[in-house]
Design a protein around this ligand. Structure first.
Ligand code: HEM
Length: 149
């Protein structure tokens, strides 16, 4: 598949993933924490989840595909041995961290959030961490066209 087409899908998915989390962090989280009421957060979470997860899956598929097109085969991943490979390896580690945070939020925090507003700051930390990691992945991606890091 054309690299340019993969990049366009990657950028659209990054827009949805990072944009959605920035809106959640800046537009919704402060009010929810102030009012100690999780219902708005849970509503957004529910409606955003299908589109957000689709965007993340597309980011992984197109990202790994573009990595292969750069001549970096899977057995070189996580070796931190060349400028572009270092970027993709850092992104794979950050992706792993994102998945861990998502599993922790889904299994430990969200189920208890409705009954227990004391869990809101912990949920806030998860949201801000995923947002910052998403921005870091976006910034890392932007270095590829300059030859890597
Ligand atoms: C939240 C997840 C991610 C976000 C927000 C993200 C964002 C971006 C952005 C903004 C670019 C810049 C493209 C440009 O300079 O025009 C990019 C490029 C790239 N990303 Fe990602 N990315 C993510 C995940 C991944 C993953 C998991 C991989 C694979 C390990 C990956 C591999 C790449 C590659 C190889 C490029 C360079 C494409 C090129 O310049 O031709 N990305 N990414």
């Amino acid at each position: 598949m054309s690299h340019h087409f993969l990049l366009i899908i990657h950028l659209l998915a990054a827009t949805v993933w990072v944009g959605g989390h920035l809106y959640l962090s800046i537009g919704i989280l402060p009010t929810v924490l102030r009012d100690r009421n999780a219902s708005r957060l849970l509503r957004f979470e529910k409606s955003y989840e299908p589109i957000g997860m689709t965007a993340l899956v597309l980011l992984v598929i197109t990202g790994l595909w573009m990595t292969l097109q750069f001549g970096i085969s899977w057995h070189q991943w996580l070796s931190f041995s060349s400028p572009v490979e270092r970027i993709t390896s850092a992104k794979i580690l950050l992706l792993f961290l994102t998945v861990l945070l998502a599993v922790s939020a889904q299994t430990r925090v969200i189920p208890r959030l409705k009954q227990n507003p004391a869990k809101l700051p912990e949920m806030g930390l998860h949201i801000v961490a995923v947002t910052v990691i998403g921005i870091a992945m976006l910034v890392l991606g932007s270095f590829v066209r300059y030859g890597g890091i």
